[in-house]
Design a protein around this ligand. Structure first.
Ligand code: HPA
Length: 290
């Protein structure tokens, strides 16, 4: 099991000054106050095209952020309006499997909170562990299992941002899950709900690991999202999320998994998920304090 090297290293830089520097870089370009943050997973980057009056900031213009390298991830922060709701979008996210530290992986969602977003929507492509979730299934995340072996909150705690031992009961807000389901109904799209298991990657799972995940209570598996959810809840930002099932988990079909297959399936279904997210943004934007 992966052990974060950070346990043996000097304490990391606290989040507070990092967020100050990042927020200052954003504020030098726009004073838009986002209501919602959207983390766009693989295949969903095109939702960003619908953002109006967008100010796009490449990752490399944000202090301490690397150039995004994961295939299918553009690597920029976008502030603008989606159906007149002010939003901040992360087009391309940072992953542990790229070698990024758990703390860097969560800076985008913490920055969204700092910029004013009270809610973040985490999206991802995922493999089905629940064999009933065929490719194309849209799954609202009810809960998660963090199997990355990492936690972004390891290190001295920034008490001004969040508590040392944050609670994660109802981390995936019931109210927002219901709003996502309503968005699905209004779009005429069936929405499932389930548990997302986050692994470190980048190798896909073995068939034995997928069978293990099923007995653990997972419905879907992927390589992102769980650390972002932990950090956002710690900082008092509400969280909801959606997985787009791009493939059956390893071993279920007996065929090998390929990244190209996952990306192609994501592309086919992404417009339906984009429709649900847009509808959700309109619904959430209309609700006070969302
Ligand atoms: N496993 C892990 N991550 C994934 C998968 C998978 O099967 N599909 C898309 N992302």
């Amino acid at each position: 099991m992966y052990r974060p090297a950070v346990l043996h290293e000097p304490p990391p830089e606290p989040f507070g000054p990092r967020l100050d520097a990042l927020a200052a870089a954003v504020r030098a370009r726009t004073d838009l106050e986002p209501r919602l943050g959207l983390v766009l997973g693989s295949g969903l980057g095109e939702l960003a095209d619908a953002v109006e009056d967008a100010v796009a900031i490449p990752f490399e213009d944000l202090p301490g952020w690397p150039t995004a390298s994961a295939p299918g991830h553009a690597g920029r922060l976008l502030l603008g309006r989606l159906d007149s709701v002010p939003v901040v979008c992360l087009q391309g996210r940072l992953h542990l499997y790229e070698g990024h530290s758990p703390r860097l992986v969560v800076e985008p969602v913490l920055l969204m909170g700092r910029l004013g977003a009270g809610t973040v929507v985490l999206t991802n492509a995922a493999g089905a562990v629940n064999p009933a979730f065929v490719p194309g299934t849209i799954m609202v995340i009810r809960d998660h299992i963090n199997l990355t072996g990492a936690n972004p909150l390891i290190g001295p705690n920034d008490d001004e941002l969040g508590t040392r031992f944050p609670d994660l009961v109802d981390a995936w807000a019931r109210r927002l899950r219901e709003l996502l389901r309503q968005a699905g109904r209004e779009e005429g799209i069936t929405i499932e709900e389930g548990v997302y298991a986050g692994l470190i990657g980048p190798s896909y799972e073995t068939p034995a690991e997928v069978r293990m995940l099923l007995t653990l209570g997972a419905d879907a598996v992927g390589m992102s999202t769980v650390l972002e959810a932990i950090a956002a809840r710690w900082a008092g930002v509400d969280v909801c999320g959606v997985s787009l099932i791009t493939n059956l988990g390893a071993g279920i079909t007996g065929l090998p998994l390929s990244h190209e297959e996952v990306v192609a399936a994501g592309k086919d279904s992404a417009p339906r998920l984009a429709g649900v997210i847009r509808r959700f943004v309109r619904l959430a934007g209309a609700v006070n304090g969302a």
